[in-house]
Design a protein around this ligand. Sequence first.
Ligand code: GDP
Length: 357
Amino acid sequence: MKVVLIGVGQAGGKITQSLAKFDYEMGFEAVRGALAVNTARPDLQELDIDTVLIGQDRVKGHGVGGDNELGAEIMQENATEILDELDGRITTEAEAVVVVAGLGGGTGSGGAPMLARELKRIHEKPVYVLGVLPGKDEGGLYQANAGRSLKTAAREADSLLLVDNDAWRGSGDSVAAGYERINDAISQRVGLLLASGEAVDGVGESVVDSSEIINTLRGGGISSIGYASAQASEDPGENVNTITSVTRNALLTSMSLPNAVEAESALLVIAGDPERISRKGVERARRWVEDETGSMEVRGGDFPLGSDKLAALVVLSGVERSARVDQFMERANEAAKSQGGTTDPDEFTNDDLDNLL
Ligand code: GDP
């Protein structure tokens, strides 16, 4: 799926750069443009991709300091400038736009949902938000900001792909090393998903294409992604269990939003050498995903790649009813109260998310 990426805020810019780099190094050519937008000049100076500094008149390049309402206001005031900057980058070949942001900060938290809304007003293409949820140990302001941003992004975007900062962190990691590991994991998983159907080695029996990704995400709401791989035998007949077990590992142990398995729809992509892919294994794995997610809408396809391993990439869509999202919204609510209270008692309930379905 050919996309244009727009990173908003510090995390958004870093993850966008990391995704663009992965795509470039792998030669997939799914990322057709990458732009970073921020209110903080120093964050942009660290990036190699194209950048736009916004809100200079308001914050003089110093950032919004965790004030996501200010982040949203500045984005609104500068939307036209950003859309102009994007003109020519979002060409007809781009099949979707992905806005990337940390939901817990200020510029990305407030700005990403606002930008998604503006993009949707002028483009027919799907607009997705790739949003990072703060880990449990992060401060109250991050939790409260992310609660608000999550609800708005899920409403404005065609799908909000959530990555929990606790999902892929190593146990002994420092914060910086943790970010690097998570950003690499995001790039690999999302990068492979975007690449599926783009640059393929050989022809598979049922190669996945962009329309399957778009249709899986069509229901809106919140989505998540997981990935697992294992060594495969040269004989496809011996890989039935390999395919079912990588699928199981992807769904049960590696999702970007952990412990949220119940879904409205799903996509299962099996990546690897087409000669090694067992059709029986793929069909079994797909049926297992149907049982596990309770979804009657599980799409599947191959991603032919020259490798002696087989991998499963799982995308779940419509996971907003999960206990995991409820728990997060409770955490955000508690944090907002201790930050000085929320004026709207319904702000952190999950009803809006339910109503999306
Ligand atoms: P902004 O620049 O005001 O939008 O704020 P940030 O992008 O720094 O957002 C803060 C949130 O993003 C916090 O929850 C951080 O844990 C998270 N964050 C910051 N940098 C990174 C990063 O490089 N990777 C990941 N995964 N999360 C990050």
